[in-house]
Design a binder for this molecule. Structure first.
Ligand code: SF4
Length: 172
């Protein structure tokens, strides 16, 4: 990868969205299957927890993202495609409580199924490997070219961030 702003990923394609959602589906379906084997009630609770965590991330984290701020009615990025903007785009950098709540939502999303997965060592192994692969692949392939420079995980060097725009802004 060369070091100029043209390496930054300003637009995702529908193929990118499909790829990342298929990646994320592996740990989600593995966890759902382990919970469903124990209780339909807790499967319903898990689905509600997943929805609540995604909504919290959408409000506190995504609303500051340049992909969210784009002058379009819906959000299109690696994880969302055609999702309405339920919240106002926020042009200011992430506040400390927004970072904290986003981290908490991510932790709850990841740790909640462990109680049920511990009874299924095979599924637990698949879950841990799948979560690790999603995290490492995001870090290796996306964080170093991401235009959301205010994200704490962003790895774009400072000299290349000029091409990414300020929080809540897009540079085409
Ligand atoms: S790219 Fe932006 S809008 Fe899409 S999931 Fe990530 S933070 Fe949210």
């Amino acid at each position: 990868m060369t070091g100029n702003c043209h390496d930054l990923k300003h637009r995702y394609t529908f193929g990118d969205f499909l790829y990342w959602n298929l990646m994320a589906a592996v740990p989600l379906l593995t966890a759902g299957a382990a919970i469903a084997a124990a209780s339909t009630f807790w499967l319903g609770a898990y689905l509600l927890v997943v929805l609540a965590c995604i909504l919290a991330l959408y409000r506190f984290f995504c609303s500051h993202c340049p992909h969210y701020a784009r002058d379009e009615k819906t959000v299109k990025c690696l994880f969302m495609w055609g999702v309405p903007k339920f919240f106002e785009p926020r042009k200011a950098p992430l506040k400390w409580h927004e970072k904290g709540l986003s981290l908490l939502a991510g932790l709850v999303l990841t740790l909640f199924p462990l109680y049920w997965l511990l009874d299924h060592p095979g599924q637990l192994m698949v879950y841990v490997i799948a979560v690790t692969v999603v995290g490492l692949t995001l870090r290796r392939t996306e964080c170093s070219r991401c235009i959301y420079v205010d994200c704490p995980a962003n790895r774009v060097p400072a000299e290349r961030q000029a091409g990414a725009g300020a929080p809540g802004q897009t540079v085409e």
